[in-house]
Design a binder for this molecule. Sequence first.
Ligand SMILES: [Fe+2]
Ligand SMILES: [Fe+2]
Length: 188
Amino acid sequence: MKKKKAIKIVEEKLPKKRFEHSLRVAETAVKMAEIFGGDAERVEIAGILHDYAKYDGLSKLYQKVTKYELDNALLAYNSEILHGPVGAAIMKHEFGVDDEEIYLAIYHHTTGRNQMTLSEKIIFVADYIEPGRTQPGVEEIRTIVFEEQKLDKAIYEISKRTVLYLVEQDHVIYPLTIDCLNYYNLEK
Ligand SMILES: [Fe+2]
Ligand SMILES: [Fe+2]
């Protein structure tokens, strides 16, 4: 999919604030691709598209998990997790986006996983640090990315914060998120 088309479908689908977040994730991802040797064009498209399914209702998300034969275990989770895998499947099956790295980057942006491709890593981190983000500790992650230039360390720190938050909220944690935490703890 070309950039222009990606922007068009996301702008039509998402509320303005989320559309603008998507563009900032894409811009951040391009910047990161230059630093870490990634494919700028690919992560730009993945960044624009990553939140496409963010506001689909839970029943619609569930339907697509079944229709596109995604991991059935996903059905125990909420849209915060589901919009990644489902968004990836929508792009693949409904928009003909046939690039595996873009698929994986959209798919795992909500959970992370062990052994991510470079595009997955970039989108996972860019989503967390794009300039519109203001969560506590975000500046520390930006320093790790842009000054220390340690991508795996950034992934570990993001996973750690996410898991701590989820535990604090008594949420069940998707197993890939734990895999991500453990794997990048050893890689960092
Ligand atoms: Fe998202
Ligand atoms: Fe996002």
